[in-house]
Design a protein around this ligand. Structure first.
Ligand SMILES: C[S@@+](CC[C@H](N)C(=O)[O-])C[C@H]1O[C@@H](n2cnc3c(N)ncnc32)[C@H](O)[C@@H]1O
Length: 292
């Protein structure tokens, strides 16, 4: 019930901030928190809060069943042979998906900007006896990775953490650069009901960064609530995602709606009809000048 109330209030607060703005004091608080770092590095704070509370992982356990099923269906449709396939997981977090694919024989690289998450990912992989090359790096600037290196890229929940148009373009451009021509991409990012148009990106970002959030994490002997400040977040409609990928030089092969859990379980767990939906988007890297 408290979570329900908090979500409701946060929704109102976001609308208020987007229309009215933040006080100078609140803006200064955000500035102190960011300390000159990019807004999308702030997920690190959530990982830290979970580990300090005693959680092994923020997300916990293996990759969700719905995600694994989507990956399996993708592989049925686009059969990639593990021995020949170099995979990259952009924004891999604690590495659950990267480990899942490494266990199936793929050569996997996982990149994330959070050092805390990558350190946990390394532990998860070690425990599972899986070999994954993890790197702490910014998926908007993957200079340390050569171009045209990967056959298959995954982006599960990373793109929707990138808010500013120019940052999203850089992220997509970098994904395109490190993929081999003809390489495949599987994106699963949160879907908006209708197109999202951001009038004032600064206020929009502040409307996430200024709110207090909470989440239950698994610790030994039960669950504990962690509290943290919000992080930047941006949904898009199917048409908007499609356009972004096409503009970056991908041919969009397929889109479909994805739910992490059935509607009835969402309601049971969250106490409300949140109907959280993601877009599964499959794309292929085109070479410049090539038509699909
Ligand atoms: C919602 S989590 C998803 C993690 C993981 N893909 C999963 O499905 O569990 C988003 C992740 O994207 C990472 N991230 C956000 N911006 C990033 C960037 N510019 N470069 C690399 N990772 C980034 C965050 O640190 C976080 O681990």
């Amino acid at each position: 019930m408290a979570a329900l109330f908090r979500n409701y209030l946060n929704g109102l607060k976001r609308v208020w901030i987007r229309h009215v703005g933040l006080s100078r004091h609140a803006q200064e608080q955000i500035g102190r928190r960011l300390q000159g770092r990019a807004y999308y590095t702030m997920f690190e704070e959530i990982y830290q809060a979970a580990y300090q509370a005693g959680a092994q992982e923020l997300f916990g356990g293996p990759a969700p069943r719905a995600v694994r099923r989507t990956i399996d269906r993708f592989l049925e449709q686009y059969p990639l042979l593990p021995v020949d396939t170099q995979v990259i997981d952009f924004g891999c977090g604690e590495g659950a998906v990267a480990v899942y694919l490494a266990q199936r024989g793929f050569s996997v690289t996982g990149v994330d900007i959070s050092a805390a998450a990558i350190s946990r990912a390394q532990t998860v992989a070690r425990r599972a006896q899986a070999v994954v090359h993890f790197r702490v790096t910014d998926a908007l600037d993957l200079q340390e990775l050569p171009g045209a290196r990967f056959d298959w890229g995954l982006n599960i929940g990373c793109l929707h953490m990138i808010v500013r148009d120019e940052d999203r373009r850089r992220h997509l451009k970098e994904m395109w650069r490190v993929m081999k021509p003809g390489g495949l991409l599987l994106s699963i990012n949160e879907l908006a009901r209708r197109a999202v148009h951001i009038k004032d990106p600064d206020r929009y970002l502040q409307s996430f960064l200024a709110v207090d959030e909470a989440k239950q994490v698994d610790v030994a002997g039960g669950k504990v609530a962690i509290e943290y400040k919000g992080v930047g977040f941006r949904r898009a409609s199917t048409a908007q995602y499609r356009r972004e990928f096409e503009d970056a030089g991908f041919d969009v092969l397929k889109t479909e709606i994805f739910r992490l859990e059935p509607l009835w379980r969402q309601v049971m767990r969250r106490g409300m009809l949140s109907n959280q939906r993601f877009l599964v988007l499959c794309a292929r890297k085109l070479l410049p000048g090539h038509q699909p």
